[in-house]
Structures are given as structure tokens and as C-alpha cells.
Design a protein around this ligand. Structure first.
Ligand code: LCS
Length: 390
């Protein structure tokens, strides 16, 4: 199957589910054993089958199989949030005293998690542009076990050259984790490029309907993914609920058509935003003024549905602009049918100290627009009116 077909069919055999067309919702916490000995065999791993839904659930399993196929991995795990996926893989790959090399910018809570790692376990990190082999090599230490990158970076839309990072990491046996939330596997497939793990806030494009918090982790190696399932995921316990998995399966069926529309709407909005005199900078990966457009085009199928821009006048001007929008909702999150806009300095990245935030390139006047699926002209009209009002 090709990926657009996998979105709809992968992992689901109606014959195994009473000929149901859609994946049934197994809303159960536990499974009944036919005998005490069978329970013993299942716990011992000698017989497959249900044990307890923190260890596996048939609805969740279809989602995991589907995501594994879409990302070209060997195994996948679903979580109760994107942050549960982030924390699980970082706990798996590090021990006290290790070092994590990161992209220059990170989602605010990922940055917060790294702070916890540092204070509690002396696991340090460095943020780097990772722009050249030399820069990557200089930022590595003999304690580096992981390179953790977002690309595009939330919310600056900077791009990391994934092939370059993977090449340098592979030479040194360092594992590469890519947060692919902004792209979804429809636009970018980091495992194909050479990463070891790819993760998502499934809250965003994968689900696409603004009604679930969830995460996905896909790894190259099936045995290692099973090991993570039976250790960090099981014992830290950040699993997804079957209902949320069911909703994401429903959302995934339209990922390709939704992403196409997010992208065409974003392109229309970009053309308009470039004519707005109040905007001093615009960040969109496939914009010809984006300094890393060539790298973006090498690894992404299209520019995605997020545009960030800076308006003159800092936080005060940004807030005045937001307060004059009527159709576009002021909200964090992204990847939904509704167009959403947020102010990273006071919202998603407010936990990042100002000095670090500015070093990440997040100005006080920056706004991040998650372009929805409405008629692009209506979104543009709303933006125009807000600009006129300020
Ligand atoms: N990674 C990225 C790139 C994200 O943008 C987010 C959430 C996460 C991980 C964490 O996922 P969650 O636990 O929320 O499912 N990003 C958000 C954002 O930009 N606005 O609100 C949440």
C-alpha cells in the first residue's frame, strides 16, 4: 500500500473485528484469562493476547501499526500526550550524567523537561543551530547520547538539515530523535532520512480535530520499541486512552486531504501577509525569503500549515492585534480545522527565560498562525481587519 491508502487501511482487518468497517473501540482496562495458567503464560510473554490496557489494547494497536507504517518504522507506541512521548524516549536514551544535543529552538515544555533532567539527574543539554558538520561536532561531548531536534522548529520555523545531523550522529553511535509534529508523515519522514526515532504531538495534525491530547513515538528497531513498551512506557505509564486512539484513527483517514488544504491555504495567506506593512518578518519554510528554503525543500514535501510573523511594537502590539481578530481564534495548539493564532512569548514559550527565548529567535512581537481549513479569503479578511484596527 502507498501512504495515502495506509492512512485508511493499515493495521485493520475487518475479519478480526466481526466484519466491522471501522476499528472497534475496545474501551476496556483489562482482559479475562481463560485459566490461571493462561494468565501466567501471558505475563511471562509465552503467549500473546490481552493482559491489561496499560500494556496494550486492540484499538491502540491499530493506531500504532498505522503510524509505524506511515513513518516507515519497525515499531510504534501511542501515548497520552506528545510530552509523554518526548519524556519516554529521553528517559530511555539517557542516564545520569549524559548530554543531549538539541536544535536551537524547542517547544516550551520540551525545554522545561530538559531543565528537570538537568536539576534532578545532571543530564545536561546544549542548544545549537546544527548548521554545519563542524558546528555539530563542536557541540558534541563524550557524554552525548542523543541529538534531539525539531524541524521545522516551533515557532520560528527554522529548519535543521536532518540528513547532515543523522550522518554525523551515525558515525559516533549517537541516536537521533526528530519531533515531526509540524509536518506529520505526509510532509516529512525522518526515519527514511536516517533518524532513529520520530515522535509527534498527535494532538495536532494527526488527529486534526482539536479534541484529543496524544503522542506517538515510532522507532526503527522493533525489539527496542518492544523494550520501551515493557519498561519506560509501562512503568512511567503515560499511555493513550482507547477512545483517544479511536479518534486519531478517525482523523488520520483524512490527513492527506487536510494537509493539502492546510498547505494551499498557508500559501495564499503567505502571499497576503507579505504585502502587510505592519509585519517586519515572516517565517515559512517554502518561502523563497526563508534562508533555509533549499534544505526545507530537500526534506519536506511542502511547506506545511504554520506561518510565524513578527509585528512591530512587541508584546503590546501583538496583543492588540490578537484582540481585534474575530474569525481566527486566539488559542495554542495547531493543526486543527479552525485557524488558530498564539503569541509564543507569553503562551507556548512563556516558560523559557527571556534570554533563552530571544536566543531561540522568539521576539516579543512574534505570532504563530496555524492555518486552518476555512476559505482562505475569510481568514485573510479577518487578518486585514485586525491590521487596520491597530
Ligand atoms: N512537540 C511539539 C513540536 C509541540 O508543538 C508540542 C505541543 C509538543 C511536542 C507536546 O505535545 P502535547 O503534549 O501538547 O500533545 N505544542 C503546543 C503548541 O505549540 N501549542 O500548544 C501545544
Amino acid at each position: 500500500m502507498r501512504n495515502d491508502t495506509r492512512l485508511i487501511h493499515e493495521g485493520m482487518d475487518p475479519k478480526q473485528h466481526h466484519d466491522s468497517l471501522t476499528v472497534p473501540l475496545y474501551q476496556t482496562s483489562t482482559y479475562t484469562f481463560h485459566s490461571a495458567e493462561q494468565g501466567q503464560r501471558r505475563f511471562a510473554g509465552e503467549e500473546s493476547g490481552g493482559i491489561y490496557s496499560r500494556l496494550g489494547n486492540p484499538t491502540v494497536e491499530v493506531l500504532e501499526k498505522r503510524m509505524m507504517a506511515l513513518e516507515n518504522g519497525g515499531g510504534a507506541l501511542a501515548f497520552g500526550s506528545g510530552m509523554a512521548a518526548v519524556s519516554t524516549i529521553l528517559v530511555h536514551l539517557t542516564k545520569a550524567g549524559d548530554h543531549i544535543l538539541c536544535s536551537k529552538g524547542l517547544y516550551g515544555c520540551t525545554f522545561g523537561l530538559l531543565g528537570i533532567f538537568e536539576t534532578k539527574y545532571n543530564i545536561t543539554h546544549t542548544l545549537s543551530e546544527l548548521a554545519s558538520r563542524q558546528e555539530i561536532e563542536e557541540a558534541l561531548t563524550d557524554k552525548t547520547t542523543v541529538i534531539y531536534v525539531e524541524s521545522p522548529i516551533n515557532p520560528t520555523m527554522e529548519i535543521v538539515d536532518l540528513a547532515l545531523v543523522c550522518e554525523v550522529a551515525k558515525e559516533r553511535g549517537i541516536r537521533v530523535v526528530v519531533d515531526n509534529t509540524f509536518c506529520s508523515p505526509y510532509l516529512q519522514q525522518p526515519l527514511v532520512i536516517g533518524a532513529d526515532f520520530v515522535l509527534h504531538s498527535a494532538t495536532k495534525y494527526l488527529n486534526g480535530h482539536g479534541d484529543v491530547i496524544a503522542g506517538i513515538l515510532v522507532g526503527r528497531d522493533a525489539d527496542e520499541m518492544h523494550q520501551i513498551r515493557m519498561t519506560v512506557q509501562k512503568d512511567y505509564g503515560g499511555i493513550i486512552s482507547p477512545f483517544d486512539a479511536w479518534l486519531i484513527l478517525r482523523g488520520l483517514k483524512t490527513l492527506h486531504v487536510r494537509m493539502d488544504r492546510h498547505v494551499t491555504n498557508a500559501e495564499k495567506l503567505l502571499s497576503y501577509l507579505k504585502t502587510e506593512p505592519a509585519i517586519s518578518k515572516i517565517f515559512y519554510p517554502f518561502d523563497e525569503d526563508h534562508p533555509q528554503m533549499a534544505i526545507a525543500k530537500k526534506q519536506m514535501k511542502a511547506g506545511g500549515g504554520l506561518i510565524s510573523f513578527v509585528i512591530e511594537g512587541g508584546t503590546e502590539a501583538a496583543q492588540r492585534f490578537l484582540n481585534n481578530l474575530r474569525l481566527i481564534h486566539v488559542a495554542v495548539s495547531l493543526g486543527d480545522a479552525e485557524t488558530l493564532i498564539q503569541h509564543p512569548a507569553t503562551m507556548t514559550h512563556s516558560v523559557v527565560p527571556e534570554e533563552d527565548r530571544l536566543a531561540m529567535g522568539i521576539d516579543n512581537g512574534m505570532l504563530r498562525l496555524s492555518v486552518g481549513l476555512e476559505d482562505a479569503e475569510d481568514i485573510i479578511d479577518d487578518l486585514k481587519k485586525a491590521f487596520q484596527a491597530i
